[in-house]
Design a protein around this ligand. Structure first.
Ligand code: C5P
Length: 228
């Protein structure tokens, strides 16, 4: 396929404290990773590279095979790095030669609807070089100093919260990673720092990133409500 999805799942999950690396914490009878991968395989046909903490490759492959259906042969698992950016680089190194378009998706956004993948892919198909899903910011945001004093008000209407999957022409993402001189918390920041315009499409509230205990509770409650 010409499309690949790199699912970054190599975070330690220290803020979640779930007793395992975050992607391997259970939501119901299944892990966060398995739920994320269900969304990935519901999206357009793609090579899927799962990036996990060293030692979790076998567990990740089991989860991936359980939801891959007839796409089993398109799945590979690699071990990640100390930062998200280095985990993305590890995933890129595993891409097939024919791939020209890459989505990078946080495993922690376990409940991302397939429609979000489709919007990102559609924007790439329409010619965008870099595209991310984003949602309006609901909180009023302040810029604060090291002591916590407010330095400036930030106009909420100018802000958007970045989500994943973030989509790129392969060459642009690879070049941005090679030339990176700092660590970025998402790929859009990396690609923007390399001088490329990044556009947004509509994200989805369900794509929230499971980061803290209350996020985990929310994801579990949503799944329990959705169960028949
Ligand atoms: O830490 P944060 O919540 O921003 O991580 C976002 C995603 O990046 C998670 O899915 C996490 O597993 C992944 N990650 C990674 N390698 C790291 C750190 C985070 O794959 N070293």
């Amino acid at each position: 396929p010409r499309l690949a999805v790199i699912v970054v799942a190599a975070g330690s999950g220290t803020r979640l404290n779930g007793g395992a690396p975050k992607a391997f914490v259970g939501l119901d009878e299944h892990t966060i990773l398995r739920h994320s991968l269900s969304g990935v395989f519901a999206a357009p046909r793609a090579q899927v590279v799962v990036v996990v903490p060293s030692g979790f490759e076998g567990a990740a492959l089991t989860d991936a095979h359980a939801v891959a259906g007839d796409r089993r042969d398109l799945v590979s698992v690699v071990s990640g790095g100390a930062t998200r950016q280095s985990s993305v680089a590890a995933g890129l190194a595993a891409l097939r030669a024919d791939v020209d378009t890459v989505l990078v998706h946080d495993a922690a956004r376990a409940l991302t609807p397939p429609a979000v993948f489709e919007r990102v892919v559609a924007a790439l198909d329409a010619g965008a070089d870099a595209v991310i899903p984003a949602v309006p910011v609901v909180d009023t945001i302040k810029r604060v100093d090291a002591e916590g004093a407010i330095v400036a008000a930030v106009d909420r209407s100018e802000l958007a919260a970045a989500q994943t999957p973030q989509g790129f022409r392969r060459g642009i993402l690879e070049e941005a990673l090679r030339s990176a001189d700092a660590d970025h918390t998402d790929d859009a920041a990396l690609v923007a720092a390399a001088g490329h315009p990044v556009i947004t499409v509509a994200g989805d509230a369900a794509s929230f990133k499971i980061t803290t205990g209350p996020d985990l509770d929310r994801a579990r409650a949503l799944l329990a409500d959705a169960a028949p």
